[in-house]
Ligand binder design. Structure first.
Ligand code: PMP
Ligand code: GLU
Length: 397
């Protein structure tokens, strides 16, 4: 019956991040002591005041279908957050709450991309962007930035990739997988250039907003017309709430309506209890967010110094998120017994099977010369991981 699988799904790549997380978990289940630096999720617990709000919501019988675009009080909390933290004006009617920022992104792509439309992807980019575009029948157009440019594309590079078929661009800052953060000036120059191409819609993924080591977040939405941008955010990363599955899109009302229609046929409104928790996360005290940010910054300093000591690794100094994306292609062609490391995926598998450190190969992020480490784990584990990585790499011939 395998032949019954649609072309749409056959063409789709499985999520490389979740695949490596699963491999790592399988090995752990066999009793192997693995340091898991594959999937990107904070290792902290959700703050207590958020958990309490959810417990209260259960007791107050928040157990019915929620409105498809999210409860009005949560849309209002999102709109207040955008004003307070980003100085962006969005009414609650311009917000749509979804089951994670992942659904918010996919909603937008499904709502605007027609078969054959091109979507620009400044790259390295998150594994799900090209697949979402493919799901919609669109054509992912990768614009590559190497480590020599801190993995950030220039306005000129984006402009050179625009064609009459360009429908949209997806940009992420702070970035997964590189941790790079576009400066205010860089975003402004991209915004100015895009003003000359009013038909290109912009999807700005700001899910790592609060994990920022340069003193504050800048949104591309400051520099483009509001009618042509969707700002994506959520609670997963800032509030250590990956499992609660709440994300949102802020955008023009025509897009909110289209995504609402899609969501109404596909998943309905997201979990009612999680919505209450998210409201309290946005409206409540933000001290925990800052505490976690500081811990991430210390870990960033640690992992960068450790990675610089690894022979053959080339690293940038990430300014946000919790990823390091070393260039590691100097190991390609090396051998371990009768096995040859031909790619970043081979290297990631070798590090997992021999070094017992789980990472993700860079190909799925558009950079076959790199591997990704998620440092959302303790300092002890980061130190232990790099001890193992160095030892395993030294054993290659
Ligand atoms: N965008 C990026 C760049 C991400 O890394 C993630 C991580 N999962 C998401 C969106 C989706 O987050 P969520 O958990 O809210 O779906
Ligand atoms: N965004 C995280 C990562 O890149 C979580 C997994 C996923 O959604 O891809 O590892």
């Amino acid at each position: 019956m395998m032949g019954q699988i649609s072309d749409r799904v056959s063409r789709l790549a499985a999520s490389a991040t979740f695949a490596m997380m699963q491999k790592s978990n399988e090995l752990s289940a066999q009793g192997v002591d693995v340091v898991n630096m594959s999937v990107g999720e904070p290792d902290f617990n959700t703050p207590d005041y958020v958990k309490k709000a959810a417990i209260e919501a259960v007791e107050a019988n928040y157990s019915k279908y929620s409105p498809v675009p999210g409860y009005m009080w949560l849309r209002k909390a999102c709109s207040d957050k955008l004003k307070r933290e980003n100085n962006l004006d969005y009414t609650p009617a311009e917000i749509l709450v979804s089951t994670g920022a992942k659904q918010s992104l996919c909603n937008v792509i499904m709502a605007i991309v027609n078969p054959g439309d091109e979507v620009l992807l400044p790259s390295p980019c998150w594994v799900s962007y090209p697949e979402m575009v493919k799901l919609a029948g669109g054509v992912p157009v990768v614009i590559k930035a190497g480590i020599d440019q801190d993995f950030k594309v220039t306005a000129a590079q984006i402009e050179a990739a625009i064609t009459p078929r360009t429908k949209a661009m997806m940009i992420c800052s702070p970035s997964n997988p590189t941790g790079s953060v576009y400066s205010r000036e860089e975003l402004e120059s991209i915004g100015k250039m895009l003003a000359g191409y009013p038909d290109v819609f912009i999807v700005s993924d700001e899910i790592y907003e609060h994990i920022n080591f340069i003193g504050g977040h800048q949104s591309l939405a400051q520099f483009v017309d509001k009618d042509r941008i969707a700002v994506i955010n959520g609670v997963s990363k800032a509030y250590a709430m990956t499992g609660w599955r709440i994300g949102f899109m802020a955008g023009p009302e025509w897009l909110v309506k289209a995504c609402n229609k899609l969501q109404g046929q596909y998943t309905s409104g997201t979990c009612s209890v999680a919505q209450k928790a998210a409201q309290v996360a946005f409206d409540g005290p933000q001290d925990d967010v800052e505490k976690m940010r500081q811990v991430f910054q210390k870990r960033r300093d640690l992992i960068v110094s450790l990675a610089k000591e690894v022979p053959g690794f080339e690293v940038n100094n990430p300014q946000g998120a919790f990823y390091l994306f070393p260039k590691c292609d100097s190991y390609f062609g090396k051998r371990y017994g009768d096995k040859v490391i031909n790619s970043a995926e081979d290297l990631a598998m070798y590090l997992l099977e021999v070094g017992h450190v789980a990472t993700v190969g860079g190909t799925a992020f558009g950079s076959p010369e790199c591997i990704r480490f998620s440092y959302a784990t303790s300092e002890e584990k980061i130190v232990e991981a790099f001890r193992r990585v160095k030892k395993a790499l030294a054993a290659l011939e």
